[in-house]
Design a protein around this ligand. Structure first.
Ligand SMILES: Cc1ncc(C[n+]2csc(CCOP(=O)(O)OP(=O)(O)O)c2C)c(N)n1
Ligand code: SF4
Length: 278
């Protein structure tokens, strides 16, 4: 596949990472979560906390993309925003909370520029960027029926700025900058996504990698044809909740005790037509 093709004579002076991506990256190959460890991943090194569940969720998300070579990521400020320059994909950073407004324009532009080719625009951000400051741009993209998938890395706080309570922090949780405990319950954002018109809505935990893969793929496939989609990845922040990585991992598992997946009738029919044909 001709996705990355260095100019003749320049192959050996490219950075080693780049050479490895050309030779062994996931572009144009049907790889998935079960293949992790056997190919050059789209991100390998990162500066985030050791044992971070958000980073694990993101690694699984990248390994689950149905067509990485035609995927464009729009992200925003937050822990995830720190690693976006290290992803071997097109990745743009929008002002905090505006990722879904940015992606609305980008999706339309891609359809005009590449009418014959499916380009998968996806948004990735923290819970604050979707459910607090970004709630209006996010829900309005869904009201308008913009066809792209949104992925919330729900670490249940504002982690990147030192531990403020977010709308998605559960009631009573004490954080560095919420010393008296969060005063109201977690916003029912998954329910809001359904009411706002998402054709597919799911919650997954990085402790169940194959479930993450299935939900990420379904969200992207449904967004191509049916309508907007939303996946919440439950990945509690070890550092701000003052948990060891193992405790944080366990907590993320408890948060998603059973599969939580909703789809409209049109989305179900579409997925059955694809998955039945596979
Ligand atoms: C308009 C605007 N307001 C505030 C900020 C400061 N800011 C940067 S990251 C962040 C919190 C991010 O929280 P969340 O979206 O939950 O992501 P996390 O860091 O937890 O992954 C804030 C408030 C900003 N960059 N821009
Ligand atoms: S602060 Fe929390 S969410 Fe952010 S990188 Fe560290 S463990 Fe991960």
């Amino acid at each position: 596949m001709d996705v990355i093709k260095p100019a003749p004579g320049f192959e050996d002076i490219l950075p080693l990472e780049y050479q490895e991506l050309v030779a062994d990256g996931p572009y144009g190959r049907s790889l998935g979560v079960k293949d992790l460890g056997t190919f050059k991943e789209l991100i390998e090194d990162h500066p985030l906390c050791a044992g971070c569940n958000l980073t694990l969720s993101f690694r699984l998300l990248l390994a689950s993309l149905p067509k990485p070579e035609d995927t464009l990521i729009v992200t925003t400020a937050g822990c995830f925003g720190v690693i976006h320059p290290q992803i071997a994909l097109h990745a743009s950073i929008a002002p905090f909370g505006t990722q879904n407004a940015f992606a609305s324009g980008l999706t339309r532009a891609m359809r005009i520029r590449f009418p014959e080719k499916q380009k998968d625009v996806i948004t990735i951000g923290g819970d604050g960027s979707f459910a607090d400051i970004g709630m209006a741009p996010t829900t309005h993209s869904w009201f308008r029926g913009e066809k792209f998938a949104s992925f919330m890395l729900d670490n249940e706080c504002y982690a990147n700025t030192g531990g403020q309570a977010s709308g998605m922090t559960p009631e009573g949780v004490v954080l560095n900058m919420a010393p008296k405990g969060k005063s109201f319950d977690k916003i029912p954002f998954v329910e809001i996504a359904k009411l706002a018109g998402c054709a597919y809505v799911a919650t997954a935990s990085p402790t169940k990698p194959r479930q993450v893969e299935s939900m990420v793929r379904r969200a992207i496939l449904v967004a191509r044809e049916v309508g907007p989609t939303f996946v919440r990845l439950a990945c509690v922040c070890a550092t701000n909740y003052k948990l060891t990585p193992i405790e944080a991992h366990r907590k993320s598992k408890e948060l998603v005790s059973q599969t939580d997946e909703y789809m409209t009738e049109a989305a179900r029919e579409y997925l059955e037509s694809l998955e039945g044909a596979a």
